[in-house]
Design a protein around this ligand. Structure first.
Ligand SMILES: [Zn+2]
Length: 72
């Protein structure tokens, strides 16, 4: 599983998605990172593939086109 949960003392747990191929990490520094689904959606908008987790550099062309369509 490449979606990790981090716990910071005094703060809510937050999520980070990491690429299964190169280990690059995607996170948001606003409320998005506190909810798995929201963070996954943000990652897809940024060109990430979520199943399996792949960064834009390692993802497929199809995923990138989808991301472009979502953000258009
Ligand atoms: Zn990657």
């Amino acid at each position: 599983m490449t979606m990790r949960t981090y716990h910071i003392t005094g703060d809510l747990p937050y999520y980070v998605i990491s690429c299964g191929a190169c280990g690059d990490a995607f996170s948001c520094y606003d409320d998005s990172c506190y909810q798995r689904d929201t963070l996954a959606n943000r990652a897809v908008l940024a060109g990430w593939s979520v199943e399996p987790h792949r960064c834009p550099g390692c993802g497929t062309g199809t995923q990138r086109q989808l991301a472009a369509a979502y953000s258009a």
